[in-house]
Design a protein around this ligand. Structure first.
Ligand code: ADP
Length: 323
């Protein structure tokens, strides 16, 4: 490759800027021309593409969001859209692409690269951590730390009033943010989409603790939980436990923003470097992942198909530690 493009697509995640910086600086260091593509696949179709210098990515490693913006593109789902995108790359001689995004973005990249012979490298950018082939995704650690900080604050007020808070965290149809933040904040219980939610069990657990005057402050619910998220769980618990003072808090979009943690910055920097190295050594249509602290290259279609294996003993640990 001689000229590469970089874009961020789908849901944004803290650390994307650090990844863009790593891709741009590594590419330029090795003598490639680097182009920034605005608003994901939309900018590729609308020809919103600019030449990057090392300066273009100055002072962004610590910033949340993405300087390239991100978007969802309906047009890119159609062949005609992808063809338009290809022509815009081709007229500049761009012959490699780094896509920072989630599984939807990888599905698009996979299609695009098989149709138009542009090698694509994916970097897993999602706070949800719902991608196979990597221990961490860009943004997950920051999102979890934001959730933990917020939940700690909720616990303070919950404790002051002897209230039980049902806190809903993000994650779409994955429970990782809930599982990690729940374990880290000492939740009574964590409800996640990967396992069946036995509300009777939870009610019994809470009733039993109430009887022996154990303070219960916190239940963490993943937004994708089968009962329907925090509001629904809160409604059921209020109905079934009328003696308890129960409140619901939906953490929402604060989990997507903010300055990336050290771990996310390092992850993004390493992954960005290896994305460029991959294009230079002829790898194509793989996602760069990190497993046991080593780089792994997973075919894009595998990264999207499989879900991460679920660490099942965590729920048991949470229960025991809250007993
Ligand atoms: P994420 O990457 O965070 O999972 P999306 O699922 O919204 O976000 O995907 C981002 C973009 O990737 C979509 O707006 C679309 O342009 C493109 N995309 C997703 N799935 C496909 C597909 N099957 N074919 C072509 N493009 C797709």
């Amino acid at each position: 490759v001689t000229k590469i493009g970089v874009l961020t697509s789908g849901g944004d995640a803290p650390g994307m800027n650090a990844a863009i910086r790593a891709v741009a600086r590594t590419g330029i260091y090795y003598g490639l021309e680097v182009y920034g593509i605005m608003r994901g696949y939309s900018g590729m179709i609308d020809d919103d593409i600019f030449h990057m210098s090392t300066r273009s990515v100055a002072n962004i490693i610590q910033r949340g969001g993405t300087i390239l913006k991100t978007a969802r593109s309906k047009e890119f789902r159609e062949y005609e859209g992808r063809q338009k995108a290809y022509e815009n790359l081709k007229k500049r001689g761009i012959d490699g692409l780094v896509v920072i995004g989630g599984d939807g973005s990888f599905r698009g990249a996979q299609k695009f690269s098989t149709e138009f012979d542009i090698p694509c490298i994916g970097l897993p950018g999602t706070i949800d951590k719902d991608i196979a082939g990597t221990d961490f995704t860009i943004g997950f650690d920051t999102a979890v730390n934001t959730a933990v900080e917020a939940i700690d604050k909720i616990r303070d007020t919950a404790d002051a009033h002897d209230r039980l808070f049902v806190v809903e965290v993000m994650g779409r149809d994955a429970g990782y943010i809930a599982l990690h933040s729940g374990l880290a904040t000492g939740a009574e219980c964590v409800l996640i989409p990967e396992t069946r939610t036995n509300i009777e069990d939870l009610i019994q657990q809470l009733t039993e603790k109430e009887k022996r005057k154990k303070l219960v402050n916190l239940v963490v619910v993943a937004e994708g939980d089968e009962l329907g998220g925090g509001n629904e769980v809160g409604r059921i618990l209020k109905e079934r436990l009328p003696n308890m003072d129960i409140r619901v808090s939906i953490l929402g979009h604060i989990q997507r923003g903010g300055s990336p943690t050290c771990l996310d910055r390092i992850l993004s920097s390493r992954m960005g470097y290896h994305a460029v190295e991959s294009l230079m050594t002829g790898r194509h249509n793989v996602m760069v992942g990190i497993i046991d602290d080593k780089m792994h290259y997973v075919p894009l279609d595998t990264a999207v198909k499989e879900k991460q294996s679920f660490t099942s003993d965590w729920l048991k640990i949470i229960k025991i530690l809250a007993s």
